[in-house]
Write a protein that binds this ligand. Structure first.
Ligand SMILES: Nc1ncnc2c1ncn2[C@@H]1O[C@H](COP(=O)(O)OP(=O)(O)O)[C@@H](O)[C@H]1O
Ligand SMILES: [Mg+2]
Length: 315
């Protein structure tokens, strides 16, 4: 039987995926990646590959993870391997610039965003072209890297001049229109293989919401929100919601097999989409309460793909 290969970097997020694959009895091989060596004359193992590489791997000391996977996905695809969230999806994963462009192309409203490469002077100049308040964030993000709200330019200038200030890991920092979240929450829509799973709300009280994964609640070193973040199902958002339909179309066009897509709604009911997470993590508490499982939807997709590749090999 052909194997499910998982490319991953963050052990903390692996348990739910392992469990979902094990429940279906699928044979799994895990590949922890923090860099690596790739002989381009080699042939990658047979099977279906799942890309779970985190764009914030560098914050856990796994500097080479993203760079290795970026190239390795091309190697896999050149050999015809099926990759769940392959090279095209990963290009979006590591660039909020590309996410914004893809969202705009799909006709989805996004917050006004300016990408800056060039350090404090360039950032200060760019800040003067954007309305206040705005937020900063890293282009290659995840878990709220570099996310900070600025209501005046003096505070921003002091921030970028401070000794501890760092551009994003790829040298790209974003300045983005701040959308005050109506009701104090943002919404995350989970989609797997073109199928809407559910939407959850995430409280922004006490700071910026980061990631709905259970692991983040214990990852205090990285999480300025910690236990103050609360998550709940938004049952009124369904597969028929025009925004959800747009997400499904975008994912098909961008070859995203699964994603958690985040939007914030303002007081006028305008919805702005700002984050596409291909390595989405599902909130276990909400799922248990409502009998949902994003990871099982992923495992079901993998099972279908494995069966398909076995049938193709038998022909
Ligand atoms: N334009 C925005 N307006 C208001 N809040 C935002 C905006 N962008 C991000 N946030 C808040 O910051 C959090 C982290 O930003 P996000 O773009 O999702 O980065 P990450 O990829 O690190 O998750 C969001 O979940 C949301 O709570
Ligand atoms: Mg986010």
């Amino acid at each position: 039987m052909s194997t499910v290969h998982i490319l991953f970097e963050n052990e903390a997020w692996m348990a739910p995926l392992r469990d979902a694959l094990a429940r279906r009895g699928l044979p799994v091989e895990e590949h922890f990646v923090e860099g690596g060596t790739l002989d381009l004359a080699s042939t990658p193992p047979e099977g279906v590959w799942i890309n779970r590489m985190s764009p914030s791997s560098h914050t856990r000391g796994h500097q080479g993870g993203v760079a290795f996977v970026k190239e390795y996905l091309h190697h896999l695809e050149a050999h015809g391997r099926r990759v769940i969230n392959g090279s095209r999806a990963f290009a979006l994963e590591v660039s909020k610039v590309r996410q914004d462009l893809a969202l705009r192309r799909a006709g989805i409203q996004t917050p006004h965003t300016i990408a800056v490469i060039g350090g404090p002077a360039a950032l200060k100049a760019a800040a003067r072209t954007l309305a206040l308040p705005f937020i900063t964030k890293h282009n290659q993000g995840g878990k709220g890297l570099g996310v900070q709200l600025f209501r005046d330019l003096d505070a921003f200038d002091a921030h970028v001049d401070a000794p501890g200030f760092e551009d994003g890991i790829d040298g790209v920092t974003l300045l983005q229109q701040y959308i005050p979240p109506a009701g104090g929450y943002i919404t995350r829509v989970e989609i797997v293989d073109g199928v809407f799973q559910y939407a959850i709300r995430s409280s922004t009280a006490g700071g910026f919401e980061l990631c709905p994964a259970d692991a983040c609640a214990i990852d205090d070193a990285y999480c300025p929100v910690g236990e103050s973040a609360t998550f709940a199902l938004r049952p009124e958002i369904t597969a028929d919601d025009p925004l959800v339909r747009s997400y499904v179309r975008l994912m098909r066009d961008e070859q995203l097999d699964l994603a958690g897509i985040e939007f914030v709604e303002d007081a006028e009911g305008q919805r702005y989409t700002y984050d596409i997470n291909g390595t989405t993590n599902y909130n276990g508490t909400v799922e248990a309460e409502h009998g949902l499982s994003g990871m099982d939807a992923l495992a079901a997709l993998v099972e279908r793909e494995l069966r398909g590749s076995r049938e193709a090999a038998a022909k």
